[in-house]
Design a protein around this ligand. Structure first.
Ligand code: GTP
Ligand code: MG
Ligand code: ZN
Length: 291
């Protein structure tokens, strides 16, 4: 048996049964040991692992997977610490319902979300920023085109594992190219994306940042899996509602038609944004229909 060395690292990419593990030294190509398969455990991108690397071939075997702090389905990745929800001020026009669903999925996964308002070179997007600041999120106005506030974004990404989410064309890949400065992320014209995804095979990949931490690009944005949601816990996904729900007359208030509803009052006097409330009602109805 040949000599091997042990390392701790992080899976940054998985392709065709090979896993690429980033260690303090360098990145190693690894296979998962057969014992994982028999235990029905599949290594995930983002997993913290222990590997042994053959001194001869310089390839490794994954010996152990550390417990995961979380596991996202779309994209399939473990140990995400932060979600960057990207929205553009225009072209495409902001889809606030989709954004609110992205934020709701972050709340479900227990991942902190920051809101990246991109394309501020085309439109300031002030109103948009205000809606989400009021809801209690960190909001950064950005432009991948002019580079505005990219350094602030870099600071927020440092040391975190951040997944970029948002609908197609908002500029996720463009922002990631600005951050890494190397044009490795594929970008495209908003109008030419009808057949997007058919030709490009995309793997979920953690891209290491100079300042520590990793970023993950995603194509478009998959829809939130609402099958696990109940009408009762829908309001919890809208973080700014909490302050007002104990002012509701009824304990089981749905915040839609009941008298003396704290949430409805807060919407009326502008403390809760109308668009956030509309998203809540829409999501609530979607959940009810699925049942
Ligand atoms: N004016 C302007 N255009 C931008 C900005 N950021 C991106 N774009 C353009 O918007 C288009 C879409 O950008 P992408 O980065 O490919 O968008 P994406 O979010 O990665 O899209 P998908 O990969 O399909 O989900 C490209 O033509 C970019 O050049 C910006 O800040 N300002
Ligand atoms: Mg992209
Ligand atoms: Zn209520």
């Amino acid at each position: 048996m040949s000599e091997s060395r042990e390392y701790k690292g992080k899976i940054i990419k998985g392709v065709g049964g090979f896993y690429y593990v980033d260690t303090a030294d360098r990145c190693f190509e690894c296979r998962a040991r057969g014992s994982f398969r028999s235990r029905k455990i599949t290594p995930l991108v983002g997993d913290e692992v222990k590997i042994s690397v053959s001194n001869v071939t310089q390839t490794g075997a994954i010996d152990e997977i550390m417990p995961r702090r979380n596991e996202l389905l779309r994209p399939p990745v473990a140990n995400v610490t932060q979600m960057a929800a990207v929205v553009s001020t225009t072209n495409p026009k902001p889809n606030l319902y989709l954004l609110d669903k992205v934020l709701a999925s972050a709340e479900i996964s227990g991942v902190e979300a920051i809101i990246c308002v991109n394309k501020t070179d085309l439109d300031s997007g002030e109103e948009l920023c205000e809606i989400y600041r009021r809801a209690g999120y960190s909001v950064i106005p950005l432009s991948a085109e002019s580079g505005a506030n990219i350094d602030d974004l870099k600071e927020l990404l440092s040391g975190e594992v951040t997944v970029f989410a948002g609908n197609s064309g908002v500029g996720k890949s463009s922002l990631l190219n600005c951050i890494t400065g190397d044009g490795r992320f594929e970008t495209g014209e908003v109008s030419n994306r009808v057949d997007r995804g058919k030709h490009t095979t995309r793997h979920t990949e953690l891209v290491p940042l100079d300042g520590g931490g990793y970023i993950i690009d995603t194509p478009g944005f998959g829809t939130l899996d609402i099958s696990a949601l109940s009408p009762e816990n829908c309001a919890e996904l809208f973080r700014e509602f909490e302050k007002y729900t104990d002012k509701c007359r009824f304990g089981d208030c749905s915040h839609t038609a009941e008298p003396d509803c704290g949430v409805l009052k807060a919407v009326e006097n502008g403390e809760i944004s109308k668009s956030r409330y509309d998203s809540y009602v829409r999501l609530l109805n979607e959940i009810k229909k699925k049942r």
